[in-house]
Design a protein around this ligand. Structure first.
Ligand code: SF4
Ligand code: SF4
Length: 630
């Protein structure tokens, strides 16, 4: 991590997400709240450190809507706030945000939407620029790390000036690139606001009031459009016939593609992409013979630029996604842009991509496939193992978390991965529609995020289903952030934890059992009982994420001694590989070994070997027997 609190006027190498956090600190941030989600998570990670040092407020909220509402409450109390989320998290927060643009603010608020073209770590490629227009949410799109910092600070200032939230929309390559950033002064400080609406009905969005506020919002957006051109710049030769319009990280790809190809083109780089600077774009379109639009995912700019061209340059040729010159899917690279320019203008690429493809395919064919796998000692593997044995014929509704990897053999206990909390929600629908055994798998953080209302629905509507809450005591997939079920908060202070067992009992689940998934027999028994019971049954498989256990053991100075396979006892039945699949097992062709460099020394595999061939070495721990990680 770069030094987020380095002094002004220094040049610091920051991650894009750290730069966003710094921009908010320079913009006078008082309160920030978020739910973790790649590629936005490091903004919160950076702020959790800064918050502790500066005394400002940061929390990991239970979901994105709650995080947005925390930030709204602060901005309505006159403070400066920020909330940040991955693109699909915006769907959760959208309900609160759409009404917020009507209501306006007394303080300031920045909403970061970190989009993930290419689904690097997401279930879809949605383009959240549409949200800006649909919600009336002014949007800035940084292209690099410096802009990530500058635009966030600027968004905070603009939000304060216009009394409306501003959106920073990024994509993975802006969030996760690292680069030098010239720093400004940090003005963030702890502050207490006052909730004092500027008019009595300012925050009451009912009928006549909401209608009035909608008109005000449109007026604000027209005012903001007047300054939108300030965030645009034109580069390249004045007399070039080709004009490229771009924004965000696509701008960087365009610059590289032009440099490599030697093509002469003027580039209009847009910084504020809603509302668009119509005059600036119109003037630019009139100055070129062909416009080429470069943007990832949907033709958001292209459609709007075509509309602007109708008034300003009706005969102009506009090329992009809609003309088939650029793809409407996946992440762009310099290659994508070069290939688009080649299609549009016959530019000869200086790079032989076909040859690169041929070489990389030949290398790839020699490398063993490495699909993502659960870590050694992962408690989800043990839960998946027991589920397979107890309920192999059931249908399994999965959710968003590490346990989604249980869709793979040998477990195959995930038929669905859809959206946060959907496992229980969709299980409601499948259980009422079929006679099959239905099991919903959900992690602890995801359960707090969006699982609770679906469980309430299941109980109230007399569903017959089993819910497995895979409680690994953290939000593991995004890097171990806190959630309401753990006894510490986002900046490491002690905090009250919500009792999952009491919660599901209070909701009215018929059968509730907490098990240690490393106790395979007990876990399997609990699943069998749960499936036999009437109504909604809940099994909580509780064991902390293996990475946390290993970290704690190391912090205590305890050594991790791997297990080993006793060749005298091993029959090469392959039960360990075929049913448990810890990545530490190596199939040697006629024998099985444990890779000491991979094994976490947990002992969970001992129980599954029918020949008792898996043994500890001198000093090996047995996590279950020693009560470690529970
Ligand atoms: S399950 Fe036991 S006996 Fe069978 S291959 Fe693995 S270590 Fe050997
Ligand atoms: S002890 Fe067994 S289950 Fe645990 S990490 Fe090592 S090989 Fe995997």
């Amino acid at each position: 991590m770069g030094d987020l609190l380095a002094p002004p006027n220094t040049l610091e190498v920051l991650l894009g997400n750290e730069a966003i956090a710094r921009g908010a600190l320079e913009g006078g941030l008082n309160v920030a709240a978020a739910y973790p989600g790649t590629p936005s998570t490091e903004i919160g990670e950076a702020l959790s450190v800064a918050a502790k040092k500066l005394g400002i407020y940061f929390e990991w909220s239970s979901n994105e809507k709650v995080a947005a509402e925390v930030a709204i409450g602060a901005a309505w109390s006159g403070l400066r706030s920020m909330t940040m989320m991955k693109h699909v998290g915006f769907n959760v927060a959208a309900d609160a945000i759409f009404t917020l643009t009507y209501a306006g603010l007394t303080g300031a608020m920045v909403i970061v939407s970190a989009d993930d073209p290419h689904c690097h770590s997401s279930q879809n490629e949605q383009d959240n620029r549409h949200y800006s227009e649909a919600a009336g949410l002014p949007m800035l799109e940084p292209s690099n790390v410096q802009e990530a910092k500058d635009f966030t600070k600027e968004a905070m200032e603009l939000s304060y000036r216009y009394k409306i939230p501003f959106m920073i929309r990024t994509t993975t390559r802006v969030n996760h690139q690292r680069g030098p950033v010239k720093l400004g002064e940090i003005t963030a400080k702890p502050s207490v606001g006052t909730f004092e609406p500027p008019e009595p009905d300012r925050y009451l969005q009912v009928g006549a009031i909401a209608r009035k506020h909608h008109i005000e919002l449109l007026k604000k957006l027209r005012d903001i459009q007047e300054i939108s051109g300030n965030y645009a710049r034109i580069e390249g030769p004045q007399d070039a016939e080709i004009g490229i319009v771009t924004s965000g990280v696509s701008y960087a790809h365009v610059k590289d593609a032009l440099r490599l190809s030697g093509l002469e083109a003027r580039v209009l780089k847009l910084g504020m992409t809603f509302p668009l600077p119509e005059r600036t774009i119109g003037d630019f379109l009139r100055s070129v013979n062909t416009a080429f639009i470069v943007e990832e995912l949907d033709p958001f700019l292209e459609l709007r630029i075509r509309a602007i061209a109708k008034d300003h340059a009706p005969d102009l040729e506009i090329l992009g996604k809609l003309t088939g010159h650029m793809p409407q899917f996946h992440e762009y690279t310099v290659r994508t842009v070069l290939e688009g320019l080649s299609k549009a203008f016959g530019v000869k690429s200086p790079i032989d991509f076909a040859e690169i493809d041929r070489r990389s395919l030949s290398i790839a064919s020699k490398v063993p496939p490495r699909p993502p796998i659960l870590c050694p000692a992962c408690p989800h593997r043990s839960a998946g193992y027991a589920l397979r044995r107890a309920a192999g014929r059931a249908v399994f509704m999965g959710d968003i978390g590490c346990y989604a990897l249980l869709f793979q053999p040998p477990f195959k206990v995930e038929h669905v991965t859809h959206a946060m909390g959907s496992s229980i929600g969709i299980a409601n629908g499948v259980s009422l529609s079929t006679h099959q055994d239905v099991i919903a798998l959900i992690g602890d953080s995801t359960f707090f995020h969006a699982g609770i209302p679906a469980l309430i629905n299941a109980v109230h509507n007399r569903r017959k289903m089993t819910v497995v809450i895979m409680d690994n005591r953290t939000t593991a997939m995004t890097g171990h952030q806190s959630h309401p079920g753990v006894p510490y908060d986002a900046i490491g202070r002690e905090a009250p934890s919500v009792d999952l067992e009491a919660l599901v009992k209070a909701i009215g689940a018929n059968y509730v059992k907490v098990v240690d998934p490393f106790d395979h027999k007990e876990t399997e028994k609990a699943f069998r009982e749960a499936l036999k019971s009437e109504g909604v049954s809940v099994v909580i498989t509780r064991r902390e994420c293996a990475l946390l256990t290993v970290r704690n053991l190391r912090a205590q100075g305890r050594r991790i001694i791997p297990y080993k396979v006793n060749p005298e006892r091993c029959t090469y039945c392959r039960v360990c590989i075929n049913t448990f699949a810890c990545p530490a097992f190596i199939d040697k062709g006629s024998s099985v070994e444990i890779d000491p460099a991979v094994c976490f020394g947990c002992g969970a595999c001992v129980q599954i070997c029918p020949y008792e061939a898996i043994e500890p070495q001198d000093g090996s721990l047995n996590w279950k027997e020693e009560g470690l990680g529970v």
